[in-house]
Design a protein around this ligand. Structure first.
Ligand code: FAD
Length: 505
């Protein structure tokens, strides 16, 4: 008889044979097996429960039960995780969300909240047979007020759709992500998403003026506000921003949205050293000031790999580092003058050797693709370990050569890129077979390195299912204990997104 451990090992290998981004659903390992998770003390769904959900939801197409319909709700965008949910519910209103949760809480049915499913940490899909609560039908824009810059909408609105509607009134969303065609504003709040405009407009804790949320027991908490200033009591909305669906279901959002800029420049610069990167970033902040919107770092490995993946040629010579800068403003000549002075200074001082600048929309798109398609390029491998770290700028890049030294010869690529303007590095390590040797050389080294610099092991992607065990590298035992206390007050039966965010073992 074959040894069980060996069978599992060879099954795991089978799952990794097809490229990550092309995995068929049955090739994704079941989360519960892959991560050895024990099912919590929850009830299993019965026919009576389905009858009750049918009574709560107003139309038939709000419940999916056929395996071929529920399959897509059981796997994440990155094909890391696969759950066993058999019921998908699609509420159309806060009242329906409330009635579903009230019932699930009484019945002890666990619930997994599903937004645009672009999350990076496996938080949006069930682990076992949790009820899948999809927010996709709660997609109405309630109002857009150009005078106050206020957007009020339901949580299931897709980010790109909000951007389109705002543009009709000369406004933009304060956040922009590569996933905007699918991600939802509720998911953005739940993950406290960052993205490429954060440097200019700050994070969601600043731009979300109010929100409505439904607690695990079905109670609706109205924290909506139309004002930037509201100091009445504790600022509860912040608890839900970044809580990844573990404290409540976000159903409605009020956001402060900036006026759309009328001018845009994108600059790609080649730099010889990391010190030149730092100096150029500093000068960009000083000389471009309020028009500087994004500052992204791309290393040579990232650019070369992406260019090859896109089957295109690099618009710039080879350099160890590149900086992609974007400026947006409201006065073409003023902006151009600032950009000209900044470039002249950077060239004269020898910080920058080569670069490209464009204000043409089609060329802007192509330059941004070089940054935005790096994850897709690395995910075209059979495996990709991805880390999303906040690090002090002086040591920002040092983890990349350190990891290259440890595993460079065992993998296809080790690359570093990301939002240097926000101290947020993305480190991707991709290759053919993820051996235990590679994993042990990378982890916990990456986390210990980050902790030693008092950085964050999750700068913007969150904790989800994949990282609860690593929270200890960025949060103290007392802080994690307080989080657990909050969870037990707000969701005493633990029905919302179980096995996610908080360490469960
Ligand atoms: C190509 C690409 C580029 C990306 N770029 C960035 C980037 O630049 N910056 C960044 O921060 N992230 C980025 N991401 C990650 C991802 O897009 C964000 O985390 C996004 O905010 C997730 O939104 P979503 O609607 O897809 O949420 P989902 O993936 O559906 O869910 C994420 C988590 O939020 C919970 N959730 C979803 N909706 C609600 C709700 N209404 N109420 C309560 N909980 C909810 C889910 O249960 C889950 O735990 C990128 C992803 C991709 C694929």
């Amino acid at each position: 008889m074959m040894n069980t451990t060996k069978i599992f090992a060879s099954m795991r290998l089978l799952h990794r044979i097809s490229k990550l981004s092309e995995r068929k659903i049955h090739e994704i390992p079941l989360t519960k097996d892959h991560y050895g998770i024990k099912r919590g003390p929850y009830a299993s769904v019965t026919d009576q429960d389905i009858n009750q959900f049918e009574r709560i939801l107003s139309t038939n197409n709000q419940i999916l039960l056929r395996p071929e319909d529920t399959a897509e709700y059981n796997r994440d965008y990155f094909r890391y995780v696969r759950g066993l949910g058999t019921v998908v519910l699609k509420p159309r209103s806060t009242e329906e969300v409330s009635a579903i949760l009230r019932y699930c809480n009484i019945r002890r049915l666990a619930v997994s909240i599903f937004g645009g499913n672009t999350g990076v940490c496996g938080g949006s899909v069930p682990v076992f047979d949790e009820i899948i609560l999809s927010m996709e039908l709660m997609n109405r824009i309630v109002s857009i007020d150009e005078y106050s810059g206020l957007l009020v909408c339901e949580a299931g609105c897709v980010l790109a759709k909000l951007e389109d509607e705002l543009s009709k009134k000369g406004m933009i969303m304060p956040l922009d992500l590569g996933s905007k065609q699918s991600c939802q504003i509720g998911g953005n709040l739940a993950t406290n998403a960052g993205g490429i405009r954060l440097m200019r407009y700050g994070n969601l804790h600043g731009s979300v003026l109010g929100l409505e949320t439904v607690l695990a027991n079905g109670e609706v908490i109205d924290l909506m506000s139309n004002f930037k200033k509201d100091n009445t009591g504790y600022h509860l909305k912040h608890l839900f921003i970044g809580s990844e669906g573990t404290l409540g279901v976000i159903t409605r959002v009020a956001m402060s949205c900036p006026v759309a800029p009328t001018t845009q420049n994108v600059i790609l610069l080649g730099l010889k050293t990391y010190n030149a990167v730092l100096q150029t970033f500093l000068q960009a902040k000083k000389q471009l000031g309020e028009i500087l919107t994004s500052c992204e770092l791309i290393d040579q490995a990232s650019l070369e790999y992406t260019v090859e993946h896109l089957k295109t040629s690099s618009p710039i010579d080879a350099f160890p580092f590149y900086i992609l800068l974007e400026t947006t403003g409201s006065h073409k000549e003023d902006d151009e003058e600032k950009v000209r002075q900044f470039l002249e200074f950077s060239l004269e001082e020898g910080m920058v050797t080569d670069g490209i600048i464009t204000s043409e929309p089609s060329k802007i798109k192509k330059l941004w693709q070089l940054r935005e398609r790096i994850p897709a390029a690395t995910y075209s491998n059979n495996f990709c370990l991805t880390y999303d770290l906040s690090l002090p700028l002086e040591q920002f890049y040092s983890i990349v050569p350190a990891i290259r030294k440890r595993v460079g010869h065992l993998v296809n690529i080790v690359c570093g890129f990301g939002h240097i303007g926000d101290c947020n590095l993305h480190l991707n390590i991709a290759g053919n077979i993820l051996s235990e040797e590679i994993r042990k050389l990378v982890e916990p080294y990456v986390y210990e390195f980050t902790a030693s610099l008092k950085g964050s092991v999750s700068a913007e992607h969150g904790i989800g299912l994949l990282k609860p065990g690593y929270m200890k590298y960025s949060k103290s035992t007392a802080a994690i204990a307080l989080m657990k206390q909050l969870k037990s007050i707000m969701d005493p039966n633990g029905i919302l997104n179980p096995y996610k965010v908080l360490p469960y073992n």
